[in-house]
Ligand binder design. Structure first.
Ligand code: ATP
Length: 458
């Protein structure tokens, strides 16, 4: 079982635990991790070789959830806007990119080593703990040294310094180095944005808390290029829009907050940064950072590459370097927050059920097709129902076990609607549609089923 770091119980005061059944703190963490491992959302990577602590594999349900999270982000950030376009930049890049961005010199965490057991820690991770958790006395530490978090490798067959390349630690630089390409090819002028979803890699000193902090993870980032005098307004706009995205997709409001960075926390190039934070079982943690980055990135890349990255303003007839507002989110972290917020246990007829109240746009399956029994007469009808709706929704199909147990299983993985085909279906060409949250059942003719589902899943 992955470990959880220290719990700050005061943070949970006032958090609704629905009839006192839904767990909080470590109990919630354990319950969600167990559900993930048992039901196939997330597996420990390389498990048959003992596991690989800093990485996880997304199983059949996890891959659907993660795709839905990314799809919803893309829809709101790109598809529904005419001022944002997409990009898919390479993961490997030459040192010059990371030299200009400052990552080679500054993308470091202070690291200390326990002299007793040689375990390494990020200095700030020790602030709230009693020291080295493996040593009786809490450990005895070396002086901190800066550790660069970028992974490097070599391009080509010869491993020498001239062939060194880096795996990106963020997707953002792909947008900055392609700024001029996108503006020219897409005929875009500020204000406009470039959005990207993709894998990033950081050699984190202390990965942990399940998929919260891993060495390989997915990001959803957007760089919004604006005229300098409008940057402050756009920063406010994006802070509001990004918080609303999580709320619209059903994160419980009491588990979400926006936290502005104090002056001491701000990067030297940022004039304002706010984090969208989620109340994880161990306390508040960042889901997304929104930063007003000024012209830092374009200026650094223009200087090192010698290319012009400024734009011409026909109104003032002057060239200027756009300023950048960056909402940078983690897809894997967001998926974990959606799961934790949705996890509920409730009492039903003297029994308990686990129900994952995921928004239907995020649920791995929107519909489950369940023939009441495996009897030969029902299976072909159930397959016809599956074929009728499979093109519009992700559908599960399950003909094993008693129907009650199948409903519970679908509740537990968040499927909003179950469609049951029973023996009456053979006479009345109707099916039963059961709602995950209310458990109310409606009898609907098969002809009307697609429209009925569309109304419920809009
Ligand atoms: P943290 O302070 O948690 O290390 P950060 O401020 O360094 O995060 P950013 O560089 O702003 O993170 O990256 C944007 C987003 O990418 C974060 O809000 C988070 O959701 C996600 N992210 C960053 N590092 C990791 C990681 N190691 N594992 C999973 N997600 C991550």
């Amino acid at each position: 079982m992955p470990e959880i770091s220290e719990i700050h119980s005061a943070d949970f005061e006032g958090v609704d635990d629905l009839a006192g059944r839904t767990p909080v703190g470590t109990a919630l963490f354990d319950a969600v991790v167990n559900l993930c491992l048992q039901r196939g959302f997330v597996f420990r990577s390389a498990e048959i070789y003992g596991g690989f602590r800093s990485a996880y594999d997304y199983g059949p349900l996890g891959v659907l959830l993660l795709r839905n999270v990314k799809e919803q982000w893309w829809r709101s950030m790109v598809q529904l806007r005419h001022d944002v376009v997409g990009l898919d930049a390479s993961i490997l890049s030459p040192p010059a990119v990371w030299q200009a961005s400052g990552h080679l010199d500054h993308f470091t965490d202070p690291m200390v080593e326990c002299r007793d057991c040689s375990k390494r820690f990020r200095l700030d991770s020790l602030e709230d703990s009693r020291g080295c958790d493996d040593c009786v006395e809490g450990g005895n530490f070396t002086a901190p040294r800066q550790f660069n978090l970028m992974f490097s490798t070599h391009a080509g067959p010869v491993a020498e310094s001239a062939t060194q390349v880096y795996l990106r630690p963020e997707t953002a630089q792909g947008m900055f180095i392609n700024f001029a390409n996108v503006a020219r090819a897409g005929r875009k002028r500020p204000p406009f944005g470039i959005a990207q979803i993709g894998k990033s890699f950081r050699n984190e000193i202390t990965p942990g808390n399940f998929v919260f902090r891993t060495r390989e993870f997915e990001q959803m980032e957007m760089e919004y290029f604006v005229p300098p005098d409008s940057a402050a307004g756009w920063f406010e706009y994006w802070c509001e829009a990004r918080l609303q995205w999580y709320l619209d997709l059903g994160i419980r409001p009491e588990l979400l907050r926006m936290r502005a960075h104090g002056d001491e926390e701000l990067s030297h190039y940022s004039s304002a940064t706010s984090d969208v934070e989620f109340l994880f079982p161990w306390g508040w943690g960042e889901l997304e950072g929104i930063a007003n980055r000024g012209d830092y990135d374009l200026r650094c890349h223009a200087e090192l590459s010698g290319e012009r990255l400024d734009v011409f303003d026909p109104a003032t007839e002057e060239h200027y370097l756009p300023h950048v507002i960056e909402p940078a989110a983690g897809a894997t972290r967001a998926a974990m927050a959606f799961l934790m917020s949705a996890y509920h246990i409730e009492e039903v007829n003297d029994d308990q059920r686990v129900v994952l109240r995921l928004d239907h746009r995020l649920a791995p399956y929107q519909v489950a097709v369940l023939p009441l029994s495996r009897k030969e007469v029902l299976v072909p009808v159930a397959n016809r129902v599956f074929d009728l709706i499979k093109g519009r929704w992700n559908c599960d199909y399950d003909e094993t076990q008693a129907i009650g147990r199948r409903y519970r299983r679908q509740d537990e993985i968040g499927t909003p609607l179950c469609v049951t085909i029973d023996f009456e279906t053979l006479d009345d060409s109707a099916v039963t549609v059961r709602d995950r949250d209310s458990m109310v059942q409606d009898r609907i003719s098969v002809d009307r089923l697609p429209d009925f589902l569309a109304e419920r899943l809009c």
